[in-house]
Ligand binder design. Sequence first.
Ligand code: ZN
Length: 67
Amino acid sequence: MDFSQLNKQRAKSFNDQKALIKKLSQGRTVICPHCELPISLTLNQHAQRSAIARCQTGCTLIELDLM
Ligand SMILES: [Zn+2]
């Protein structure tokens, strides 16, 4: 895993993350810009109001509070 890429993802604006989660929650397919695999949305089992959007290889990993 490339941690500098991960940090860039984390540094992305909250609005960008929110837009991504919104697309995923609408059932739209979002492709990871790094590995070009689809990003999937999963609810965080431990915190019901947060969700995790990640691609299959993990280069995109966004945890977002859904409130
Ligand atoms: Zn990826």
